[in-house]
Design a protein around this ligand. Sequence first.
Ligand code: HDE
Length: 702
Amino acid sequence: MVKKATPAPAKGLGKSAPKTSSDPRGDGDELHQQAGGKHEPLTTNEGGIISDNQNSLKVGERGPVLLEDFVLREKITHFDHERIPERIVHARGSAAHGFFELTRSLKKHTSASILTEVGEKTPVFVRFSTVAGGAGSVDTPRDVRGFAVKFYTREGNWDLVGNNIPVFFIQDAIKFPDLVHAVKMEPDRGFPQAATAHDTFWDFISLTPESIHMIMWAMSDRTIPRSLRMMEGFGVHTFRLVNAEGKSTFVKFHWRPKLGLQSTVWDEAVKLAGADPDFHRRDLFEAIQGGNHPEWELGVQLFTEEEAERFPFDHLDATKLIPEELVPLKVIGRMVLDRWPDNFFAETEQVAFCPSHIVPGIDFSNDPLLQGRLFSYLDTQLSRLGSPNFAQLPINAPKCPFANHQRDGHMQRDVPKGRVAYEPSSLQADSPREDAKRGFRTFPAREEGARSRIRPESFADHYSQARLFFRSQTAFEQAHMASALVFELSKVETPHVREAVVGHLRHVDEALARRVADGLALDSLPPAPAAKVPPVDMPPSPALQIIGKMKKTLEGRVVGILVSDGSDGAAVNKVRKAAEAAGAVVKIVAPKLGGAKLSDGKKLAADGQLAGTPSIVFDAVAVVLSADGAGELENESAAIDFMRDAFGHLKAMVVDAGGRRLLEAAGVKPDDGVFASSAIDAFVNGAKTRFFAREAKVRMLA
Ligand code: HDE
C-alpha cells in the first residue's frame, strides 16, 4: 500500500463521510485495500508521484475542472495517441517468440552462419496474420495467412516474410495496390470486412488471369486453417544462396508444421467467428502457455540457374510453385515457438518485417513481385511506426552488435557519443567502418536488355499450375473448392463477373466449371476467355493436398467433454485419461460455469459454460450425461447445436446413454464416427482425424 500525505479535508456538502483527495469515497480507501498487493507508487511520465488517480482537479466539490490539472492532461493526451495506423494489409495478427535450430548445414551453398552452423539456436519472432481484415477483425475468415519470421542472427536480422500459400495473386508489384483495393471493404459502402466474397474482388480477379492459380489455393481449405500451429509457411519467391566462393544457388523456403496440416470445414469457420473471434490467437496462446510449443521444420528446394532454365515455368514468377516431385524438399532445421510476448503492442504490433532485411550469403532474385516488396515494407513502416528509428524498438533491434552514423529523427532513443557521425574519419578510433570481408555483397548477376514495361512471355501460362493444384486434391477437397467458389460467387451481385470467373475455371477443369455453374444455376456454361498459353497437364502432386498431409494424431488438439449434474465421474475420467494420454488437452463443458455435481457427489469444475462453449471450439467431443441431465438438455438449443455441429463438422463423438438421447433430440443419425462409451480407445483413434465420408450426409456440396 502506498503511503500518501494526508491533504487538507475538502469541504463537504453535508454528507456523512469526510472526503479527501486520497480517500475519494470517504471510505478509508477501501478501493485499494480490496485490490491488495504491494505496489510501486504511480507516477506521471516525468516521475512525479500521483496522489489521486480517481478524481480530476476541480474548483469546489462539484465545480469545473481546472486546465492546470497536468496529471489529467498527461493521462488523457497519452491515451488519445495510443493507436498507431494499422497495417494496410495483415492488420490482424498474433505472434510469439522462439528459436530456430539448424540441423543440416548448407555450407556448400551459402556463407550465412544461420544456414551453416548446425546446432546453433537463433532467436526468432514470428507473426501470423490474416490479410484483408482490420486489426479488430475475426481470426477465421476465408483468407490467406501471413507467416512472417524475424531471425535475430549473429550477422544481423533476416526477415523471411511469407504466407501459408506458396504462390501469389499477381506477378508484378505494380498491381498490388489494385489487388488490395479490390479485396478490402468496398470504398463507397464500407463492407464487407475481411472477406473476398464481393464484387470488387472477383471483378479484379476475372480481369487478372494470372491470379487463377492462387484462387485455387484461396478456395481450398488452406484458407480456413484449424490452428496457426497447423499451417505450412512459404517464402513464396525464389531467393538466392551465395557460398564463400561466390557461387549462387536458387532456393525456395518452406515451413512444415510438426502437427501436420489441418483445416476447419467452412460452416465451422463461419460459426467460430461468432463463438470465438480470437480463436487462433487464443489457441496459440494456450498452447504456448500450456507448454505445447508449436514446431515447424524448415525445408528448402535448391536448384541451379541451368536447372531453372529447363523448368516448364519461370522460377521468377510468384504465381508458380516448383512441385516437390520436381525439386525435392530438404529439411535443414526446426523452429519452436516457446514464449508468448510480454506486451501485445510493444511486440506484435510494433514488429516491423521487411523482406529487404537480409544477411550475407542470402540474396534476392529478379522476381518483380519481390523487387517491389523490397521497397514497400520499409516505406510502410515509416508511416506506420512514425519514425525511421523504428529499428531501435526492442522487438526490431538486432541482437548482434550494430553501429552506424545514422542520427537523430523522431523518437531517437540512443545517445551517441563523440564527434564523429560520418565515415571515413580519422578523429575517433572506435567509430564504425565498412568491412569488405564480412559485409553483405550483392551477387554480381549480369543483367542486360532494353528498358521496357513488359511482362515476359515466360510468365504467360496462367492455367497449367491451377489445373495441377485442383487435380492433385482428393475428391473431398475438390468438393470444398467447388462449394467455396459457389459461395463466393453467390455473394457477387454482377452477373457478368460471376460468368467471367466460371469462364476461367474452364481452363482449370471443365468439370469444376460445370459444378460451379450448376451451383450458381447459370443457364449455360460461359465461354472460356482466350488463353495466351493453353494449359498443359502436369503429373498430380499429392504434396499439394491438405488431407494427404494431415497427421493422425491428437497432439495439439482439444477434446471437449459435456457433463451435467449427475454425470458418471468414472466415465468422465476414463475419456479424459485416454484423450490426455494421446496428447490432447481436455476441457469440461457444463450447463453452469461453476461445474456439475457428479453421481458420486463430487463437484467437477467446468472450463466453459455450455451456451458460450459450443462444440465448434473442439476437435472431438464426449458427452457424459445423467438421465436427468439429458432430459433437461433436450430442451436447450445450445446442447442441440453442440451435438449437431460436432456431427456436421465431421468430428468424432463418444456418447453414453444420455448423450445418445441428446443425439436423437438433435436429429443426428449416428455413423461410424460416433462411438459408444464402451469404445473409448476407438473414439480416441477416431478423434485423430475427421470423418470426411460423413459430409455427403450433412450438406449439399457443389
Ligand atoms: Fe506483403 N505487405 N506485400 N506480401 N506482407 C505487408 O507491410 C506488399 C506479399 C506479407 O506480420 C505490408 O508491415 C507488396 C507477398 C506478410 O507484420 C506492406 C506486395 C507475401 C505481411 C506489404 C506484397 C507477403 C505483409 C503491410 C506485392 C508473401 C505481414 C504492413 C509486391 C510472400 C507482416 C507491413 C507482419 C505486410 C506490401 C505481397 C507477405 C504494405 C507491395 C507475395 C506476411 O508493406
